[in-house]
Design a protein around this ligand. Structure first.
Ligand SMILES: *Cc1c(COP(=O)(O)O)cnc(C)c1O
Length: 420
């Protein structure tokens, strides 16, 4: 699972590169990604869904570094984007526009025009109002555009409530009765081709059942839509494949495929998937250095140089990330630590009461499973520059995003003349 991150000779390796050697040069905190892990995870999904020749569109929002996107594009991936900015990233990474799909509840006119002009494959449309917008913009540009309706299938995938998207009260997608109504009235939008249905019910989903339920509902809606004359050719089953952070037992892509392929094959539809976390989650780590060990009221705190601004998942979702020292010290005693950052918030922690080999100031530690929703959610809170990002490929490694400087952060700020 984390096959490209291994301990050998008492130290952590990413592929054939020593993590300690890399960060000696780059400093910490640092995000490190394994190229082979990224591409291998992509291929697992591709292979599992080969029987329907699915188009795999990497969810760019999970890790949008253009080098990471490039690695996937070269391996044959398309891109699932959620903003005009991500569209530019996908194009910069060399993605074929005919393999780009675009979802978001709040696409602006400018973003829609940009995507239509780029010639993307499909918009995943999230409201009736948005359909009207895209149709008007296409009329002005004299273009026809394929759209998928993002349907809310009202399925609860039993994951964290912040990352579930397919239940009734969710802001995402269009309710089923409205989808059916729209598919029966496609003529109202002369510049749009109603090419399919999109569902994405949430993230970190460990079993096939909710996916199957949602796909079943989508297929029923598609069958009725076709009867009403909608030229449906695509079913986009979204992302959401879960990964191991702690001791989860997620289905493998091949297990997932086995459960849903019979349904998908019978439909004859072109299938699209949008995995993000599964591809990059366990392909990245965040390396940080212990700055202080502090004892307070019988508790031990390891204060590290990364903070919640660099990796927010523990603070935001109470997410569990495995943590281990980069260099192992054989025979060292164990201790219980809160691993915390320097940010002025009590929510700034990576782990609580974690049993680890004894830590000292200066030790390097690795926070695992940080490749998805890690750097992309980083902020500059507390005027902290964002960390460096590194892509490892065997024995070689490259900086794929420079560490920010304070100058980068202050650029654009200005004291008005009257205050001088
Ligand atoms: C976030 C998102 C994804 C990716 O989800 P993962 O859980 O990372 O696989 C796919 N599709 C849409 C529409 C999304 O918003």
């Amino acid at each position: 699972m984390r096959h490209q991150f291994n301990y050998r000779n008492q130290q952590l390796w990413c592929e054939k590169s020593s993590v300690a050697e890399i960060v000696k040069k780059t400093g910490t905190p640092a995000y490190l990604y394994s190229y082979f892990s990224i591409v291998d995870h992509f291929r697992q999904v591709q292979k599992a869904f080969k029987p329907v020749n699915a188009l795999i569109c990497f969810a760019v929002k999970s890790n949008s570094n253009i080098a990471v996107c490039r690695a996937l594009v070269k391996a044959g991936s398309g891109c699932d984007v959620v903003s005009g900015g991500e569209l530019i990233r996908a194009l910069k990474a060399g993605a074929n526009p005919k393999k780009i799909v675009y979802a978001s509840v709040g696409k602006t006119d400018r973003e829609i025009e940009q995507a239509v002009r780029a010639g993307i494959l499909l918009f995943n449309v999230e409201s009736e109002q948005e359909l009207g917008r895209i149709d008007r913009i296409c009329a002005r540009l004299k273009k026809k555009q394929k759209v998928n309706l993002r349907m809310n299938p009202e399925v609860d995938p039993h994951t964290h409530h912040f990352i579930t998207t397919g239940h009734k009260a969710s802001k995402f997608g269009i309710d089923m009765p409205t989808v059916e109504k729209l598919l029966a009235n496609t003529k109202r939008y002369p510049h749009l081709i109603f090419a399919g249905i999109h569902i994405h019910i949430g993230s970190q989903i460990l079993e096939a059942r909710p996916f199957k339920a949602a796909i079943g509902k989508a297929l029923a809606v598609i069958a009725r839509g076709r009867k009403n004359g909608a030229p449906i050719e695509y079913l986009n089953i979204g992302g959401g494949l879960g990964i191991i952070y702690k001791k989860e037992k997620p289905q493998k892509p091949s297990d997932y495929a086995k459960k849903v392929l019979p349904l998908l094959k019978k439909s004859g539809l072109k299938i699209i998937l949008e995995p993000g976390r599964f591809i990059v989650g366990n392909s990245g780590i965040l390396v940080t250095r212990v700055v202080y060990i502090k004892n307070s009221h019988g508790k031990k705190f390891a204060i590290v140089d990364a903070g919640m601004n660099d990796l927010v998942r523990p603070s935001l979702y109470g997410a569990y990330h495995e943590i281990q020292p980069v260099l192992t010290k054989p025979g060292s005693k164990k201790g219980r630590y809160d691993i915390v950052g320097p940010v002025c918030e009590s929510g700034d922690f990576f782990a609580k009461d974690r049993t680890l080999p004894q830590l000292e100031a200066g030790d390097l530690i690795s926070i695992f499973s940080a490749g998805a929703y890690g750097f992309v959610m980083a902020s500059n809170y507390n005027t902290r520059p964002k960390p460096v990002e590194i892509l490892v490929h065997g024995k070689r490694w490259d900086i794929i995003r420079k560490r920010e400087t304070i100058d980068d952060l202050l650029r654009g700020e200005k004291i008005p003349a009257w205050l001088k």
